[in-house]
Design a protein around this ligand. Structure first.
Ligand code: FES
Length: 158
Protein backbone atom coordinates (compact mmCIF):
# COMPACT_ATOMS: atom_id res chain seq x y z
CA UNK A 1 0.00 0.00 0.00
CA UNK A 2 1.37 3.41 -0.96
CA UNK A 3 0.31 6.69 0.56
CA UNK A 4 1.01 10.10 -0.92
CA UNK A 5 4.25 11.96 -0.30
CA UNK A 6 2.32 14.41 1.87
CA UNK A 7 1.05 11.57 4.07
CA UNK A 8 4.53 10.11 4.38
CA UNK A 9 5.92 13.51 5.36
CA UNK A 10 3.31 13.93 8.07
CA UNK A 11 3.81 10.37 9.24
CA UNK A 12 7.58 10.76 9.51
CA UNK A 13 7.11 13.98 11.46
CA UNK A 14 4.64 12.34 13.86
CA UNK A 15 6.94 9.40 14.58
CA UNK A 16 9.40 11.82 16.14
CA UNK A 17 6.78 13.49 18.32
CA UNK A 18 5.15 10.52 20.01
CA UNK A 19 6.67 8.23 22.63
CA UNK A 20 5.56 4.95 21.04
CA UNK A 21 4.51 3.83 17.59
CA UNK A 22 1.00 2.96 18.75
CA UNK A 23 0.52 6.58 19.86
CA UNK A 24 0.43 7.75 16.26
CA UNK A 25 -2.37 5.37 15.31
CA UNK A 26 -5.34 7.75 15.65
CA UNK A 27 -3.82 10.72 13.79
CA UNK A 28 -2.49 8.30 11.14
CA UNK A 29 -5.96 6.83 10.70
CA UNK A 30 -7.42 10.31 10.26
CA UNK A 31 -4.83 11.35 7.69
CA UNK A 32 -5.24 8.04 5.84
CA UNK A 33 -9.01 8.41 5.85
CA UNK A 34 -8.75 11.93 4.43
CA UNK A 35 -6.51 10.62 1.70
CA UNK A 36 -8.27 7.37 0.75
CA UNK A 37 -11.82 8.37 1.71
CA UNK A 38 -12.23 5.56 4.24
CA UNK A 39 -10.22 2.99 6.16
CA UNK A 40 -10.02 0.11 3.73
CA UNK A 41 -8.67 -3.34 4.67
CA UNK A 42 -5.46 -2.36 2.92
CA UNK A 43 -5.08 0.83 4.98
CA UNK A 44 -5.78 -1.04 8.20
CA UNK A 45 -3.20 -3.72 7.38
CA UNK A 46 -0.58 -1.10 6.51
CA UNK A 47 -1.09 1.00 9.64
CA UNK A 48 -1.19 -2.11 11.84
CA UNK A 49 2.19 -3.10 10.44
CA UNK A 50 3.65 0.36 10.93
CA UNK A 51 2.39 0.74 14.50
CA UNK A 52 3.24 -2.84 15.47
CA UNK A 53 -0.36 -3.62 16.37
CA UNK A 54 -2.60 -6.40 15.15
CA UNK A 55 -5.29 -5.56 12.61
CA UNK A 56 -7.85 -6.46 15.26
CA UNK A 57 -6.39 -3.88 17.64
CA UNK A 58 -6.56 -1.26 14.90
CA UNK A 59 -10.18 -2.21 14.14
CA UNK A 60 -11.02 -1.93 17.84
CA UNK A 61 -9.71 1.64 17.87
CA UNK A 62 -11.64 2.46 14.69
CA UNK A 63 -14.86 1.15 16.19
CA UNK A 64 -14.42 3.43 19.22
CA UNK A 65 -14.22 6.70 17.28
CA UNK A 66 -17.33 7.77 15.40
CA UNK A 67 -15.33 9.93 12.99
CA UNK A 68 -13.43 6.92 11.67
CA UNK A 69 -15.12 4.79 9.03
CA UNK A 70 -14.43 1.55 7.18
CA UNK A 71 -16.84 2.26 4.33
CA UNK A 72 -16.80 5.14 1.84
CA UNK A 73 -18.83 8.20 2.86
CA UNK A 74 -20.54 10.64 0.54
CA UNK A 75 -18.69 13.62 -0.91
CA UNK A 76 -20.30 15.58 1.93
CA UNK A 77 -20.56 13.71 5.21
CA UNK A 78 -23.37 15.29 7.21
CA UNK A 79 -23.01 14.68 10.94
CA UNK A 80 -25.98 15.91 12.95
CA UNK A 81 -25.60 16.13 16.71
CA UNK A 82 -28.53 14.88 18.77
CA UNK A 83 -26.75 14.94 22.11
CA UNK A 84 -28.29 16.76 25.08
CA UNK A 85 -27.80 20.48 24.23
CA UNK A 86 -28.74 19.92 20.60
CA UNK A 87 -31.58 17.58 21.56
CA UNK A 88 -33.16 20.26 23.78
CA UNK A 89 -32.93 22.78 20.94
CA UNK A 90 -34.43 20.61 18.21
CA UNK A 91 -31.48 18.49 17.06
CA UNK A 92 -33.59 15.38 16.72
CA UNK A 93 -36.11 17.14 14.48
CA UNK A 94 -33.24 18.45 12.36
CA UNK A 95 -31.82 14.93 12.06
CA UNK A 96 -35.23 13.46 11.16
CA UNK A 97 -35.68 16.17 8.55
CA UNK A 98 -32.28 15.31 7.05
CA UNK A 99 -33.19 11.63 6.89
CA UNK A 100 -36.36 12.45 4.97
CA UNK A 101 -34.77 15.05 2.73
CA UNK A 102 -31.80 12.90 1.77
CA UNK A 103 -33.76 9.63 1.81
CA UNK A 104 -31.11 7.85 3.84
CA UNK A 105 -30.53 6.79 7.43
CA UNK A 106 -27.61 6.66 9.83
CA UNK A 107 -24.29 5.88 8.10
CA UNK A 108 -25.93 5.57 4.70
CA UNK A 109 -24.95 7.25 1.44
CA UNK A 110 -27.25 8.78 -1.18
CA UNK A 111 -27.41 6.89 -4.49
CA UNK A 112 -25.46 9.64 -6.27
CA UNK A 113 -22.70 9.48 -3.63
CA UNK A 114 -23.12 13.16 -2.82
CA UNK A 115 -24.24 12.94 0.81
CA UNK A 116 -23.84 10.56 3.69
CA UNK A 117 -25.58 11.05 7.00
CA UNK A 118 -24.67 10.30 10.57
CA UNK A 119 -26.32 10.94 13.91
CA UNK A 120 -23.47 11.85 16.26
CA UNK A 121 -22.74 12.63 19.87
CA UNK A 122 -21.57 16.07 21.03
CA UNK A 123 -19.30 17.79 18.52
CA UNK A 124 -18.28 20.52 20.97
CA UNK A 125 -20.58 23.23 19.64
CA UNK A 126 -23.14 23.10 22.46
CA UNK A 127 -23.25 26.89 22.88
CA UNK A 128 -24.58 27.17 19.35
CA UNK A 129 -26.90 24.16 19.42
CA UNK A 130 -28.32 22.58 17.43
CA UNK A 131 -25.18 21.96 15.43
CA UNK A 132 -23.80 19.75 12.72
CA UNK A 133 -20.54 19.15 10.95
CA UNK A 134 -20.21 18.61 7.21
CA UNK A 135 -16.75 17.21 6.51
CA UNK A 136 -14.64 19.69 8.51
CA UNK A 137 -17.11 22.60 8.45
CA UNK A 138 -19.34 23.42 11.39
CA UNK A 139 -22.90 24.75 11.01
CA UNK A 140 -24.62 26.06 14.10
CA UNK A 141 -27.94 27.42 15.40
CA UNK A 142 -29.64 25.20 12.88
CA UNK A 143 -33.28 25.36 11.91
CA UNK A 144 -35.00 23.22 9.32
CA UNK A 145 -35.02 26.14 6.86
CA UNK A 146 -31.32 26.79 7.50
CA UNK A 147 -30.56 23.10 7.02
CA UNK A 148 -32.36 23.06 3.66
CA UNK A 149 -30.35 26.08 2.55
CA UNK A 150 -27.04 24.52 3.65
CA UNK A 151 -27.73 21.22 1.88
CA UNK A 152 -28.72 23.10 -1.26
CA UNK A 153 -25.47 25.07 -1.14
CA UNK A 154 -23.45 21.86 -0.94
CA UNK A 155 -25.41 20.45 -3.89
CA UNK A 156 -24.61 23.56 -5.92
CA UNK A 157 -20.94 23.33 -4.93
CA UNK A 158 -20.75 19.75 -6.20
S1 FES B 1 -24.59 18.52 22.39
FE1 FES B 1 -24.58 19.01 20.29
S2 FES B 1 -22.73 20.05 20.06
FE2 FES B 1 -22.70 19.48 22.13
Amino acid sequence: MRFSEEFEKRYAEMVGHYPTKRSILVPSLLYAQDEVGYLSDEVIAELAKRTELTELEVRNVISYYSMLRTKPAGKYNVQVCTNISCLIRGGEEIYDHCKKKLGIGHKQVTADGMFSLEEVECIGACSWAPAMQVNYDFHENLTIAKMDKILEEYKQKA
